[in-house]
Design a protein. Structure first.
Length: 319
């Protein structure tokens, strides 16, 4: 069995694109490393926020589908995204979020981590995490961030999912994807890796209703594979475990395979390359609308329907 290499990215559904940009780049200080389109819905942006270089594992992405209703929180849904911050910075982050009118909970402990729950501008549940795990991760600070380098978000820590029957999810994740069971804490069971970042906390929710996507929900969780060959080998494991995987889809900056785990959460296998600098100068990532080559003939039509975006202004997200 070949495990995946931790978290690659997490994709969520946002409301208006400018509000999303103001929050994630303006308030959280993440770099917009790619401004592109949803390749399955090209009249919609696909916005990618990460560290300065867009390393796999630092990348939180959004489809701004402002016309959607709020989500229905329930089983079969990822209900929270966790972002890793440096040790000793949560009090600073709590004060910064409060300054911009962002709702936060009380600082708490989970699995030896120190966690600040929060809610983003469109209602998605976040958790800022000072990690108690000794797992190294690639990170390049962004010099132009409104957040100083010593406090910048280091990348994705993981996600929390609700499951009607966690046993099937555990069997699938450990056999098809190589997750390890780390432990339990306050009704959550944690799965992850000893040598790669990216955890999944599973909560049993047998009495909850079925979850559904909406503005402020996670769309899918993507797990990293090294290259095309590794992707095909893990895809075969997914199929052998009963998953119904798509064929490989070329997303230009990486290649993707999609499938649902037994509880219904959408997963993806994403290759670690070629990366976001394959078609842009690394110093200017995210500054222009970038399209995969097969969409370039439609650029004028696409640009005509996308709302304009201006530089992030964090004051605008305060409610």
């Amino acid at each position: 069995m070949e495990p995946v290499r931790g978290v690659h990215h997490i994709t969520a559904i946002a409301g208006p694109a400018q509000e999303n940009l103001d929050f994630y780049a303006g308030v959280l200080g993440m770099r917009l490393v790619k401004k592109s389109i949803n390749q399955d819905d090209p009249g919609t942006y696909h916005l990618f926020y990460a560290d300065a270089e867009g390393h796999p594992g630092t990348d939180l992405t959004f489809f701004p589908w402002a016309q959607m209703a709020p989500p229905r929180i329930g089983h079969g849904l990822a209900v929270e995204v966790a972002l890793e911050v440096p040790a000793g910075t949560l009090a600073w982050w709590r004060d910064r979020l409060k300054h911009y009118g962002v709702a936060t909970g009380s600082i708490e402990s989970r699995f030896g981590d120190t966690v600040l729950p929060a809610t983003d501008v469109h209602g998605m549940r976040l958790a800022l995490v000072e990690s108690g795990r000794n797992v190294s991760r690639p990170f390049t600070p962004w010099d132009e961030s409104p957040v100083e380098q010593t406090h910048q978000i280091r990348g994705l820590y993981g996600a929390q999912v609700w499951e009607r029957d966690p046993a099937g999810t555990e069997e699938f994740m450990t056999t098809a994807l190589g997750f390890e069971r780390i432990g339990t804490d306050n009704g959550l069971t944690r799965y992850g890796f000893h040598d790669h970042p990216g955890i999944v906390d599973v909560r049993a929710a047998p009495d909850a209703r079925r979850g559904a996507w909406g503005v402020g929900s996670v769309h899918h969780l993507a797990w990293a594979v090294e290259d095309d060959e590794h992707q095909l080998r893990v895809r075969a494991q997914v199929e052998a475990a009963g998953g119904r995987a798509t064929e490989v889809i070329d997303r230009f900056w990486f290649k993707s395979v999609y499938f649902k785990e037994p509880g219904g959460v959408l997963f993806e296998l994403a290759t670690e390359g070629p990366g976001f600098a394959v078609d842009e100068n690394p110093e200017h990532l995210g500054e222009s609308l970038v399209l995969p080559p097969w969409y370039e003939p439609s650029r004028a039509r696409i640009e005509a329907v996308l709302p304009p975006l201006h530089a992030p202004s964090p004051q605008e997200v305060s409610k």
